[in-house]
Ligand binder design. Structure first.
Ligand SMILES: [Zn+2]
Length: 286
């Protein structure tokens, strides 16, 4: 923003817009740590389709998400139990252990509000083809590199979800964590605890002729049915612990317009997520 000199009297009027500075296409307010609009409007912006090289396109929300965002409230005890029951061991036992603990909040006491879906973009195959039996491939599904410091000193997200539906918790949801540039580079530690992060395993390779990590593609379909089932169960479980329906979001839409924003999740089928969510929370009434 260019700075201009203004008469002193005009300053009080300017103070409010300056504080209300908004970040990115979904207009994140750094004071309230909230994207602009109603929960339904926020979800509509944050769940836009992410195409190659991070191109974002509007898409309709599944009716179940429209209902949850419009009606408000929280998952009931039955939905929460169903979500936990859907988890495979050993995560089911882990999830049960923390089932009654509230999830993260910010240092100022703002509760967690956003459920952010990522793809790991790992393993990275460069110009090699994806493994033929991708979903069963041991290297693709191995949690070890997320655990052993290959990528970062600490796990980069709360949850890691592989292609056979196994779950590893890098941090329980009560830990205030960050995994987007909006949190770590733009807002800083004040944002910690406002977002929970799910890393969903999807490998990448270069687009033809590409040399930069900003020009890669994932397999199609991007995720497996087990991953959609578990994403839905994790969403219900985290929302139950938050005491409200969290607003679903994606890494790229959270970081939209921030330089070097990641382009994940690619090939995320919102309809498939909605379908699995319906199985846990019921179909919207007509
Ligand atoms: Zn990401």
């Amino acid at each position: 923003m260019r700075s201009i000199l203004l008469p002193l009297l005009a300053l009080p009027a300017l103070a409010a817009p300056a504080l209300a500075e908004e970040i990115g296409e979904c207009r994140f307010n750094r004071e309230t740590l909230t994207f602009a609009g109603t929960p339904l409007e926020q979800a509509t912006c944050l769940l836009r389709k992410i195409e190659l090289k991070g191109v974002r396109k509007p898409q309709p929300l599944p009716p179940v998400i429209v209902r949850l965002m419009s009606d408000g409230g929280a998952p009931n005890a039955e939905m929460k139990a169903r979500a936990i029951q859907a988890f495979p061991e050993p995560y089911r036992t882990y999830a049960r252990t923390y089932a009654d603990a509230p999830i993260s909040q910010t240092q100022e006491g703002l509760p967690a509000l956003y459920f952010v879906i990522h793809d790991t973009s790992t393993p990275f195959y460069q110009h090699d083809p994806f493994p033929r039996r991708l979903n069963q491939d041991w290297k693709v599904n191995d949690f070890k590199p997320y655990m052993d410091g290959t990528f970062a000193r600490e796990p980069v997200a709360h949850i890691f979800l592989n292609r056979v539906g196994q779950i590893w918790a890098g941090h329980d949801f009560q830990v205030g964590w960050r995994a987007t540039k909006l949190e770590s580079r733009v807002v800083g530690p004040r944002a910690r605890g406002r977002f929970v992060h799910i890393e969903t395993v999807q490998p990448r390779r270069f687009l033809p002729g590409a040399t930069s990590r900003g020009e890669t593609h994932g397999p199609k379909p991007g995720f497996t049915r087990e991953q959609y089932r578990m994403l839905a169960a994790l969403y219900v479980y985290a929302s139950a612990r938050a005491g409200r329906w969290l607003i679903p979001a994606q890494h790229n839409t959270v970081d939209s317009t921030i330089p070097q924003a990641h382009d994940d999740p690619q090939n995320f089928d919102l309809k498939a997520f909605g379908k699995e969510l319906e199985k846990l929370v019921g179909k919207p009434k007509r």
